[in-house]
Design a protein around this ligand. Sequence first.
Ligand SMILES: Cc1cc2nc3c(=O)[nH]c(=O)nc-3n(C[C@H](O)[C@H](O)[C@H](O)COP(=O)(O)OP(=O)(O)OC[C@H]3O[C@@H](n4cnc5c(N)ncnc54)[C@H](O)[C@@H]3O)c2cc1C
Length: 394
Amino acid sequence: MSRCLADRGIDHVVLERGEVANSWRRERWDSLRLLTPNWQSRLPGFRYEGDDPDGYRTVPEVVAFIDRYARVIAAPVQTNTTVTSVRAADDGYLVATDQGDWSCRTLVLATGACNIADVPAVAAALPPSITTLTPIQYRNPGQVPDGGVLVVGASATGTQIAAELRRSGRPVTLAVGQHIRVPRVYRGRDISWWMDAAGVLDERYDQVDDVERVRRVPSLQLTGSPGRITLDLNALTAMGVKLVGRFAGINNGKAQFSGSLRNMCELSDLKMNRLLDTIDAWAMENGVDGEVDPPHRLAPTVVEESPPLVLDLGAIKTVIWATGFRPDYSWLHAPVFDRKNRIQHDGGVARSPGLYVMGLQFLRRRKSALIDGAAPDARDLSEHLKSYLDGRSF
Ligand SMILES: Cc1cc2nc3c(=O)[nH]c(=O)nc-3n(C[C@H](O)[C@H](O)[C@H](O)COP(=O)(O)OP(=O)(O)OC[C@H]3O[C@@H](n4cnc5c(N)ncnc54)[C@H](O)[C@@H]3O)c2cc1C
């Protein structure tokens, strides 16, 4: 957004509570790699030029990449400045920080979609003897006591951490709710390549039937590894991870799971096959069919006959809550929230004049919460912002 504002000649400052790329420096586990390939982090005027476009960046590489971009575009970043409150003022906003106040006519909230780990309230009922960690706190298996681990949530985060803890020799149970299964590589090309080329990731928020529902769809069950492996539930089962249904609650020292595991997996397989059908149709229509491997389908997810509905917590030393993230707008004092405390916006244009938001799930496009979604969203929103500053009405 800073680059797009500069391109439009709009004077601005970027306030950052830590350092550039702070969430990547402070809130990610050690072994994490981007699940998007190197070529797919396209920022305004900046793309990958290395010799491994299909590789997946490590966290230090992501930090270096964002750091370099900030320097190349000479972004006016004021680091170590935490915004503590935002209020509407006569002609804009009053932004209070721990380094003094700012006033501005327009304000872009780019504080991230993943500030807080979304842990279910029932977590409070776990016995205190059990260590609990969120993905923001988790760094590596060395931090986790020996013994059984329950990982709750089977999207990208939960499956990756479950695999890592299983590899460390611990017995791991994975509680599986709604999840989006996809192969890492399909017909010889990365699934991200297909979704990008076929326009799936460019689908706009005003083209889908129920955008609020789509905004809550979990992340793709993907991992970025040098071997380009598909880390789906079958792969985890083969490693010895035990699958159970959605975490439902705790009773008498036992964790309870819903009986929906089979349905969840069948639904996920069905949706994956629909996506692969879309890709095959696109390949056929666009003359790619002959250049790639023939279509194929993955084996259905294997679910045991009667997955356990309870688990004695006596066998569990650690619970990892990989149940999603949410943004933190506790410092924003403006009438822009719905009943569930979610910020209301129309493709990033908030319901308060001159206020914009970025980086949220499906904000304007399916890829809005990916690094690759920032460029088109920033272009659109900076155009709107410029028109607003120029006094054109909406
Ligand atoms: C575990 C995980 C893995 C991911 N993997 C990928 C991936 O493989 N590929 C991909 O494209 N995307 C991935 N993402 C999404 C990724 O976070 C975003 O694509 C990208 O970081 C979003 O950038 P952002 O600037 O919108 O948000 P963030 O990177 O979260 O940046 C927000 C910034 O705002 C600062 N901030 C917050 N509150 C305040 C405040 N009150 N005052 C001042 N500063 C504040 C933070 O310190 C932070 O630096 C992943 C996310 C997570 C959580």
